[in-house]
Design a protein around this ligand. Structure first.
Ligand code: 0X9
Ligand code: ZN
Length: 432
């Protein structure tokens, strides 16, 4: 035990030494009042050194933007010129990271985890997550099929779990719900939400009804290179870790890399921004995994796709490339609300979800997975789920003690989705 602790502190120190420093980075809360203000903010997204943690939802609703020290003087001058109200809500991001590191150290040393086990009281490493998936594949071969969906750029296996009671007895396959999480590596509550869904489906017998008539395909960590990087080097890393050609900066925003209205809006060709769309659509191995799965599994009968992100308590639906509402907006809104209300009802932390078109609510962002799956893979119901972030002001650095309340309430949202999909798309002839 003592040895473990000493080792833990040692690793902590190594972490501090290896970590990229955010000393002097500030987070500004800026509130647009006019169209001009909103356009000013929109332009900042295309600049390196500005990282949007919270996107303004309307006039009068603030954006939280992390700004590099080298830009702060210019930024403050520009803000004064525009007359936009702002305040500094984090004076030094490095302080937040210290709190996060200590939280991780303490919670990891407390949660004793054997190989192949899962925990929701501390943040698991990529290897631990994959070991859990492999174990449930071995222990529950009748229900859970664990396969390698593909590899990340750095060669990490990206595992996928299919949960099913068996094939349909008719030519009509059962309806499928497809979930992926972790495309943005720093959104650390997303991967546990997917892992908890898997655990509850496979290991909690009272939920066995949830995979009798509906199949689930779940990728709990779609960006493992980014995730490892957030664990070891830079907690704020969002993109993958590929360096393209002579680019100055690493990483593509995988959620700008899908080939539907690619680069139309809200995406950048500058590799140093957080929203770099990559040199071309599907330039990244991680996004090709999603593309290839859908193209190779047209008979999977996917009825609902959800990308799990954080944060903001939102169920977002297409289109995201522009504030255009799809024809079936009423159904999208209805099903999204079923999920949102179920989560709120189960919530012990007062979660309050907004169900809305993503471009209307957050501004346009083209090349995201939800748009592609709807437009090209022809799944009508596609969503991006933005989870809660726990106690502000920790933003992405959600404390480990809040994993459990979030994963539990979100599971109730998945239960509501399952119920809808079963009612709408399953007929008794498909019984296995
Ligand atoms: O910008 C994103 O990729 C998502 N928000 S996040 O803060 N997690 O980065 C929202 C994506 C919404 N969908 C589309 N714009 N299509
Ligand atoms: Zn995200």
């Amino acid at each position: 035990m003592m040895r473990n602790k000493i080792l833990g502190y040692f690793l902590f120190l190594i972490g501090v030494i290896n970590a990229e420093s955010f000393l002097g980075y500030k987070v500004y809360q800026v509130t647009p009042q006019t169209q001009e203000n909103a356009e000013f903010l929109q332009k900042l997204k295309y600049k390196p050194n500005y990282d949007f943690w919270v996107e303004s939802r309307a006039f009068g609703s603030p954006s939280d933007i992390m700004v590099d020290p080298v830009e702060q003087e210019t930024f403050e001058k520009e803000l004064s010129q525009t007359g936009m109200p702002y305040k500094v809500v984090v004076d030094d991001v490095e302080r937040l990271l210290q709190i996060d590191r200590v939280d991780r150290l303490m919670t990891r040393s407390r949660s004793i985890m054997g190989p192949g086990q899962v925990t929701f009281t501390s943040f698991m490493k990529y290897d631990e997550q994959m070991a859990y998936l492999r174990r449930i594949g071995r222990d529950y071969p009748q229900i859970a099929t664990v396969t390698t969906a593909g590899h990340s750029y750095e060669g990490r296996e990206i595992l996928m779990v299919k949960i099913s009671s068996g094939a349909s007895q008719t030519v009509v396959p059962k309806p499928t719900i497809f979930i992926d999480a972790g495309i943005h590596s720093r959104e650390w509550i997303a991967q546990p939400v997917a892992l908890y869904l898997i655990q509850q489906l496979v290991e909690n017998n009272t939920n066995a009804g949830m995979y009798q008539n509906v199949d689930w395909v779940i990728i709990p960590n779609l960006n493992p290179d980014g995730y490892e990087f957030t664990y070891n080097n830079n907690r704020m890393w969002r993109k993958n870790r590929r360096l393209e050609g002579n680019n100055l900066c690493y990483g593509t925003d995988l959620n700008r890399n899908f080939n539907y209205q690619w680069m139309f809006n809200g995406a950048s060709n500058n590799s140093c921004t957080e929203i770099y769309a990559g040199p071309e659509p599907f330039s990244e191995p991680e996004t090709r995994i999603i593309r290839d799965w859908f193209l190779n599994n047209t008979n999977a009968n996917v009825k609902l796709y959800m990308a799990v992100h954080s944060f903001g308590e939102m169920v977002l639906f297409p289109w995201g490339y522009a504030p255009i509402l799809p024809q079936d907006v009423a159904t999208l809104r209805h099903v999204g609300s079923l999920m949102a209300r179920a989560i709120e009802q189960a919530s012990t932390m007062g979660s309050n979800y907004t169900v809305e078109n993503s471009a209307t609510l957050l501004g346009a962002a083209a090349g995201a997975a939800d748009d592609w799956v709807k437009a090209v893979a022809n799944v009508n119901l596609t969503y991006t789920l933005e989870l809660p972030n726990g106690d502000a002001p920790f933003w992405f650095m959600i404390p480990a003690r809040q994993i459990l309340p979030v994963v539990r309430e979100t599971f109730e949202g998945f239960r509501a989705l399952h119920q809808y999909i079963q009612e709408q798309f399953w007929t008794s002839q498909q019984q296995s």
